[in-house]
Design a protein around this ligand. Structure first.
Ligand code: ASP
Length: 340
């Protein structure tokens, strides 16, 4: 169980044996039937690449914030995931990306919402945290800020991928707003048939990372294209501090994935931290409690990765599955997609 946050402001003596990184690549209708073996293997590789990149930072004594950024960048550059390249489309046929990061040591946070030209939105979120007095920049202003900071800028067409475009057409046909990994229609007849290629494409997801560095500092980050067929200007939970992303050295670092509206209404990431801080609930119990109240009881769907300052971790979800994994000091990644 974590110690109360008041005592946790300061870093402790460096200890490489405690370094831990946890990542997710989205939750949803992720089952052995909906994710064929070749696709599952791609997820495994994608998550492992992210874990190894972030672990290298931590193993070299780097900060949890750096490790989170590095791990998320790997997944943003991988079209498999609904973040950066591979982001889903809005109803208007655009890619509008959200990202956030929070430093559990300082309590500082940065986020961007609705950016269309930043190759790696997580780097823009970090720049907001490091170089402004603000927490969240949105839309054109956020894109302009990223350009001013000399971050890598790409034309909006960079984010256009054929499988996401097809996913939007499917969602439009059904006039559905969908979690991108929940793309498969729930027709009972489909139980027996193998997934169509477009369905397979839906098993991508928002990405997130939480890390504990050798100094004992926690950080959390999340990056997403949001929901397929979302309304113009819609912003989800990922860039909302306390909803989809939160870190506090005294309690826990959390990154979420799922139907963002429920995570915002339930202030999910912070609710998990608050249970630990005020009610002294253990990490695992806090995650389960919050997911039940904020999601399951309200018909919301999704999951979280949560990492405590003592290295305890929980990868919880109320969906069929969640792409997820972790690596500790030994550097051996553990990756899963389906329910245990
Ligand atoms: N939480 C994200 C959002 O609502 C979507 C996801 O996790 O796939 O924008």
């Amino acid at each position: 169980m974590s110690t109360p946050s008041m005592a946790a402001e300061k870093s402790t003596a460096p200890d490489l044996s405690r370094i831990t990184l946890v990542v997710h690549g989205g939750s949803g209708n992720v089952t052995p039937r909906s994710v064929p073996p070749a696709m599952a293997e791609q997820y495994r590789q994608g998550l492992e690449r992210a874990l190894k990149a972030g672990h290298a930072v931590l193993a070299a004594g780097g900060s949890s914030v750096d490790a989170v950024v590095v791990a998320i960048k790997v997944m943003e550059d991988d079209p498999l995931f609904n973040a950066g390249k591979g982001a889903v489309f809005t109803a208007a046929g655009r890619n509008e990306l959200d990202a956030a990061i929070m430093d559990g040591r300082t309590g500082k946070a940065g986020a961007v919402a609705g950016v269309t030209t930043v190759k790696n939105p997580i780097t823009a979120a970090r720049a907001v945290m490091d170089h402004t007095r603000h927490v969240l920049l949105a839309g054109e202003g956020a894109d302009a800020f990223a350009a001013d900071r000399k971050l890598e800028i790409v034309p909006p067409s960079y984010f256009h991928t054929p499988h996401r475009w097809e996913q939007l057409q499917r969602a439009r046909e059904g006039n559905r707003l969908q979690l991108d990994h929940d793309g498969a229609p729930r027709r009972s007849s489909m139980k027996e048939t193998p997934p169509e290629p477009w369905e397979v494409d839906h098993k991508y997801g928002t990405v997130g990372a939480v890390a504990l560095d050798a100094q004992g500092n926690l950080a959390a980050g999340t990056s997403t294209g949001g929901l397929t067929n979302k309304l113009y200007g819609r912003i989800g939970d990922s860039p909302i501090i306390g909803a989809g992303t939160y870190a506090d050295n005294g309690t826990v670092a959390v990154s979420a994935t799922g139907t963002g509206e429920f995570f915002m209404r339930g202030v999910v990431a912070y609710d998990i931290a608050a249970r630990m801080k005020y009610a002294r609930q253990p990490l695992s119990e806090s995650v389960e409690h919050t997911l039940r109240e904020a999601l399951t009881d309200r018909q919301g769907r999704g999951g979280v990765i949560a990492l405590g300052r003592d290295g305890q971790l929980k990868m919880g979800f109320n969906t069929e599955g969640m792409h997820r994994g972790y690596v500790r000091a030994d550097g051996v990644p553990v990756v899963k997609s389906f329910a245990d």
